[in-house]
Ligand binder design. Structure first.
Ligand SMILES: Cc1ncc(CNC=O)c(N)n1
Length: 224
């Protein structure tokens, strides 16, 4: 990496890994929501699995907050991360409401293997051995996949069914988009000053996240 221009590292990575990024953000499940052909049992499967994921995501975000507090050179990072935590509080209530609307009994949802694998990966990032730069890059990537995916379902020309629009709005709205940009700016700022070793680790975790996200969407198809 020596001598490499590191401004906007995350943008460089998204170009370099474009194929897998498109796989994660234009998955057949998302395309089916967008064209209105989505099977509602797929949607319900996704909803139940995502609730389990989001519960595991909370301690991960808390760990990023703690790392920011200990390691960040900019105290306003905390405000951005805290905003993300506040959104998760809302999100948990929304999942409960949405699940009851669709007749999904959340306590009886069994986590599928790709979900367990993704949650275990999140847990590995909580370790104090993972530094703030790597953790905030991972946090950005996880949020950005949902933002990009669901915003696609709200674009002009999309035929998203009315009853799924609220779901798409949750992650596809403008405010969530700005929040993802704020996370991306923090990641870029940190990556610019990071050691080659940390930059390499952050890139690997970005790739792992994109792979986990593809597997996560694949679960909506149901057990094979
Ligand atoms: C599998 C997955 N990835 C990203 C998100 C978005 N972050 C928090 O809600 C999510 N809900 N689920």
């Amino acid at each position: 990496m020596h001598g490499t221009e590191r401004k906007a590292m995350t943008e460089t990575w998204l170009k370099k890994h474009r194929q897998i990024y498109v796989g994660a953000t234009r998955h057949p499940f998302i395309l089916a929501i967008r064209d209105g052909s989505v099977d509602l049992s797929s949607f319900k499967r996704w909803l139940g699995q995502d609730y389990i994921f989001v519960r595991a995501f909370i301690p991960f975000v808390a760990s990023v907050l703690l790392k920011a507090w200990k390691e960040s050179d900019d105290s306003t990072d905390i405000d951005v991360i805290l905003g993300g935590m506040a959104a998760l509080n809302d999100e948990i209530e929304w999942f409960k409401k949405e699940a009851s609307k669709w007749g999904v009994d959340l306590p009886s949802v069994v986590p599928q293997q790709p979900n367990l694998d993704y949650c275990r990966f999140l847990e590995s990032l909580i370790s104090p051995d993972v530094d703030y730069t790597q953790a905030i890059t991972a946090f950005w990537a996880i949020e950005a996949v949902y933002q990009d995916s669901f915003a696609h379902c709200l674009e002009d020309g999309s035929k998203t069914p009315g009853e799924l629009k609220e779901t798409c709005q949750r992650w596809g709205n403008e405010v969530f988009g700005q929040y993802c940009h704020a996370l991306q700016s923090i990641a870029n700022r940190r990556l610019e000053k990071a050691t080659d070793d940390v930059v390499a680790k952050a890139e690997v975790s970005l790739l792992r996240i994109l792979e986990h996200e593809v597997e996560f969407w694949n679960m909506s198809r149901g057990p094979v």
